[in-house]
Design a protein around this ligand. Structure first.
Ligand code: ZN
Ligand code: ZN
Length: 370
């Protein structure tokens, strides 16, 4: 029975929050409590549930359990009879009765904002980020004590972290338990706190974290770096570091999915006669063929010059929408040329056609219909 998975016993997901674990435990404990549900079976289940909760409610023990280790059944100090359970429900601050709490706790997660330009998104990038967090105190290495000294058992609670008080009532003596005020529930006091960290086991410091940012990220995306956040109190395990991405606006290229979009200004003669040109893509110069008679709104696709998706290797395309630039200032000679051209080509009069939504409308329609 000790082999049963603690998460399954409590009926919670492996990533359940401390609050969800507590709720699941309370619900099961109420169902299975021997006062409510007598019988050996319920009592056995009750013990299992309590043990699972003991492990999963303690960040240190939970981490160890998640990594494959577990304290053998019965060794956990929390289970001292059914009376404890109700103190968990009704006792001060929800602290477990009859067990001192650990100074060591998991550290906070940290968040760093990273601004990238579009080329970083296309190719991925490396950054050395300055991160301000709590780090392990090097003087005491997280013990919180001056080197050569150690914590001593609290004289008030004798190491339990709790003090009990007996109150007489109509129903008889009622024992209540509260965290010990002298040791704050730790069960020990530190007579000579480390001077460097004031007995916290950690100090604030700026450090450099080297990060490889993959291609394909986008604004708002958070990358998680497990264990790179703050160190916990008394040298507890590190929290995680989150990097939140912001991609800066690019003057030429914008992103649509894995593709990059841009507009190509083409002069009227080039549109009519065709041309070869070189455009500056994020990969460097690319030759581009403009066919004779290209239309405003036509899209020229340059394969594989878009963005590598976050989970994938196939780069998107660079799509360039043609914008034919109509000349606005003509001298008399130029004007005469165009009028002559119009006459000779018998240019048709303006004609009503279906409305087109923007430059990329045709291309989108083509995708939709294919
Ligand atoms: Zn220290
Ligand atoms: Zn105490």
């Amino acid at each position: 029975m000790a082999d049963q998975d603690h998460y399954e016993v409590l009926g919670v997901a492996r990533d359940a929050s401390p609050d969800e674990i507590k709720k699941a435990y309370r619900r099961l404990a109420r169902e299975l409590h021997p006062d409510v549900n007598p019988g050996a079976d319920a009592e056995e289940k009750f013990k299992l549930v309590t043990h699972a909760y003991d492990v999963l409610s303690d960040p240190d023990q939970r981490r160890r359990y998640d990594m494959g280790g577990d304290s053998p059944f019965g060794q956990s100090a929390g289970f001292g009879g059914f009376g404890d359970i109700f103190e968990t429900f009704f006792g001060g601050g929800g602290a477990r009765a009859a067990r001192p709490r650990s100074r060591r706790e998991r550290g906070q997660d940290a968040l760093v904002r990273v601004t990238l330009d579009l080329a970083d998104v296309v190719f991925g990038t490396h950054r050395d980020l300055e991160v301000d967090t709590a780090v392990l105190c090097e003087t005491c290495e997280g013990s919180c004590c001056q080197p050569g000294t150690s914590p001593v058992t609290c004289e008030i609670c004798h190491g339990s972290g709790h003090v009990e008080r007996t109150v007489r009532s109509l129903l008889g003596n009622v024992v209540t338990s509260a965290p010990c005020g002298v040791c704050q529930g730790y069960g020990t006091t530190i007579p000579y706190p480390c001077a460097t960290c004031q007995g916290q086991g950690r100090v604030r410091a700026r450090r450099t974290v080297a990060v490889d940012i993959p291609a394909g990220v986008e604004t708002g995306l958070r990358l998680q770096m497990p264990g790179s956040g703050e160190v916990g109190p008394a040298g507890g395990p590190n929290g995680d570091l989150y990097l939140e991405m912001t991609v800066a606006h690019h003057d030429v290229f914008s992103r649509e999915g894995d593709d990059l979009l841009a507009t190509l200004d083409v002069s009227m003669p080039d549109a009519i006669l065709g041309a070869t040109t070189t455009i500056e893509s994020l990969d460097g110069p690319v030759d581009l063929e403009i066919r004779p008679g290209v239309q405003a709104g036509d899209v020229l696709t340059i394969k594989g010059r878009g963005i590598t998706p976050l989970r994938g290797t196939q780069r998107g395309d660079l799509r360039v929408g043609v914008h034919v630039v109509t000349p606005t200032r003509l001298d008399a000679k130029e004007r005469a040329l165009i009028e002559d051209f119009k006459k000779k080509t018998k240019s048709p009069a303006p004609k009503l056609a279906e409305f087109q939504q923007g430059l990329f409308a045709r291309l989108r329609d083509r995708f939709r219909n294919s």
